[in-house]
Design a protein around this ligand. Structure first.
Ligand code: SF4
Length: 406
């Protein structure tokens, strides 16, 4: 009986980062930063820092960050993900998606510090790809990712053991993890013949895996996995969703043996906000609208859109589009707002009428930048992200496989 109750409780458990996702939703499309003290009231977890940083007004923060950053010169590289707020991204030496930022981290020589204005798994990847003489820093340690949090390492190891037992003699399985996962999950893939992928190269990694085995376990985003599988001609009846809270993921051994694609039950809290109704509304309002969405959206949304692709794909498609064109975009609001501001000759809007930034990205408040910079100028490295040796080595195998495939 106790086991049944425990199982029921586990079934309902979702990462705290998912529960907190709507904390910053608002009606003001400008999303201007407030003092850190005012933002603490949003009701999410924050990393504690010195009270001296709590009440500094955004404009003063901008001025002080500029001065503190200048003192560090070429010793520091600041990387900014496209989903960061304006008051943070303006200090980025390089902007990009998670993969391009990690590549920048790996290729830049001679820097001592990399401040990664993104989320935890991105800073981990940067640490894996750089040498021990580079300190990778995440300004706020509570900037995680609800999708990455949905693939708990123990649950993934249990799933893998179960799959080995069930499939062992039936053709095996290759694990593929999306970049948006912990270093531990990447390492698991590296150690078990698997690979990492991004939203722009997922199809190529699936093709690579299907040459080695008849099945794929895809972690942690079921939607990117499903959308990629469909693109490659895998039928929906050949896919299963693995629920880590149920025995054998909620399936029979025979069903698992018949599957070609096993999708982890994870999703992005930001991209699953988009729905088909929003697309229909946009089409009624602007008959010539181009609907472009990220493949972390559901299959129904991807099917209803005109095109879909990675963050960089969306950026390039809109930048290169003809003046006067209209774009309804299904991705993170900070990036959509910036695209609209940078392309005044086009009409660009977010499909979601509610202004909801990625709540974990949004935890990189400028006060944390100043705190980190002040520390570095005093010789103190705060919030260093350091991946352990064994994890680093295996994760690197999975990352290097991806680089050799694409
Ligand atoms: S947008 Fe989605 S996948 Fe990206 S960091 Fe936020 S929650 Fe994670």
């Amino acid at each position: 009986m106790t086991t049944l109750i425990q199982e029921k409780l586990r079934e309902r458990s979702i990462p705290i980062t998912e529960i907190e996702q709507s904390a910053f939703c608002q009606s003001d499309p400008k999303l201007e930063s407030k003092t850190l003290e005012a933002e603490f009231k949003a009701g999410v977890r924050w990393q504690k820092i010195s009270p001296a940083y709590l009440r500094i007004e955004p404009q003063e923060l901008t001025e002080r960050i500029r001065i503190a950053r200048a003192k560090l010169g070429d010793r520091l590289l600041i990387l900014g993900h496209h989903y960061q707020r304006d008051e943070v991204i303006e200090f980025a030496d390089y902007r990009g998606d998670s993969f391009n930022l990690s590549r920048q981290a790996a290729e830049r020589k001679g820097v001592e510090y990399i401040m990664f204005c993104g989320v935890h798994f991105m800073a981990e990847t940067a640490d894996i790809l750089t040498g021990p003489d580079v300190s990778v820093i995440l300004p706020n340690m509570t900037a995680g990712c609800s999708m990455a949090d949905m693939a708990n390492q123990d649950d993934v190891l249990d799933c893998w053991d179960d799959l080995q037992d069930v499939l062992g003699a039936y053709g095996g399985i290759v694990p593929i993890t999306y970049m948006n996962s912990t270093a531990g999950i990447k390492a698991h893939c590296g150690a078990n013949g698997g690979i990492v992928c991004t939203s722009s190269n997922a199809a190529a990694t699936f093709e690579w895996a299907l040459k080695k085995s008849k099945r794929i376990l895809f972690l942690p985003d079921q939607h990117l996995g499903r959308n990629t599988g469909v693109k490659l001609g895998i039928g929906l009846d050949e896919m299963l969703v693995w629920n880590p809270n149920k025995p054998l993921g909620g399936h029979t051994a025979d069903a698992l043996r018949a599957a070609r694609l096993i999708l982890w039950k994870g999703h992005c809290s930001v991209h699953t906000r988009f729905d088909v109704e929003q697309i229909e509304t946009a089409r009624k309002r602007y008959p010539d609208v181009n609907i472009i969405v990220h493949p972390e959206c559901t299959k129904e949304v991807v099917d209803a859109a005109d095109s879909n692709g990675s963050t960089e794909f969306i950026l390039n498609a809109i930048r290169e589009a003809a003046p006067g064109t209209v774009w309804g975009v299904g991705t993170e609001i900070s990036m959509v707002n910036r695209l609209a501001a940078q392309n005044p000759d086009k009409t660009i809007f977010c499909l979601d009428p509610v202004v909801c930034p990625c709540s974990t990205m949004y935890r990189i408040h400028p006060a944390y930048l100043l705190w980190v910079l002040d520390g570095l100028n005093e010789g103190v490295v705060v919030n260093r992200i350091s991946v352990g040796e064994a994890t680093r080595a295996n994760a690197r195998i999975a990352l290097d496989r991806m680089l050799s495939v694409v």
